[in-house]
Write a protein that binds this ligand. Sequence first.
Ligand code: DGY
Length: 332
Amino acid sequence: MSKPSILVTRAVFPEVIDRLAQYFDVDSNQQDEALDAAALKARLAGKAGVLANAADRIDGALVAALPALRAVCNMAVGYNNLDVAALTAAGIVATNTPDVLTETTADFGWALLMATARRVTESEHWLRAGKWERWSFDMFLGMDLHGSTLGILGMGRIGQALARRAAGFGMPVIYHNRSRLPEDTERALNARYVSKAGLLAQSDHLILVLPYSAQSHHSIGAAELAQMKPSATLVNLARGGIVDDAALAEALRERRLFAAGLDVFEGEPQVHPGLLAVPNVVLTPHIASASEKTRRAMADLAADNLIAALDAGPQAGHPSSVINPDVMARRR
Ligand code: DGY
């Protein structure tokens, strides 16, 4: 019997391709060519499954054109690239990679926050440009973290991992989320629930870790930035589009906000020119989960999910992180 065909849309660890090849006829993009919508559709034709990346848009029109597709396994915890309703209606199982990246992403959130508040990259660029002629007492004065208030918008797994780390800096944590955490979790995290307006007004440092959706689009725009302290910093670890990057660039340029740290951007890999033009922003290319160990764990989990979702391997029929469990229930 011939093996089912799958597509791996972007380059991934070769060992993962080898493992998938035990079960599937693998079309893998190990050259990491950019696949636009038309190329993605062409490569997916006749495939039973896909190991996808957060940048691969799998929408209703694409789903309708792919009657053979049975599983879409994202190598990312975020899945705003998928039209989950269309996948569910078509009986296609969708999975993501939660948990394995939580701690690594939270570590990076702190790296970005510290670099932002203490002007690490700005001062390094200045030094590398040969501008350091003498020391002075007011060089690159930043904002303290210790003792200041950390605000977190979105209090899921990554938000909670960020909050746990705040204890080491003696920082009280305030948060806003769609739903409030149980009291004992709040107590363990030393985190206090506040309204979104309260979060904006009281945070000395605000980190965004909420999922992207039509509802969370531009959660931080000109009106929200105007409610923040001019001495505050803002870190976006979540997704491009959560922040109105044009409004943020303007607020940074006019020093209505002290600084920002951004790992994700609207329309990435393009970055708003206004952000590139201001010194008080730290910019990184969507690497929050990019440690060797974690990227391997994400790739392994996505591969395990694909194998199981296509009824192969030791977990056949039981992928572990299913976004649309109705589909699996219907299959049984
Ligand atoms: C995720 O897992 O969602 C990260 O942003 C990588 O895409």
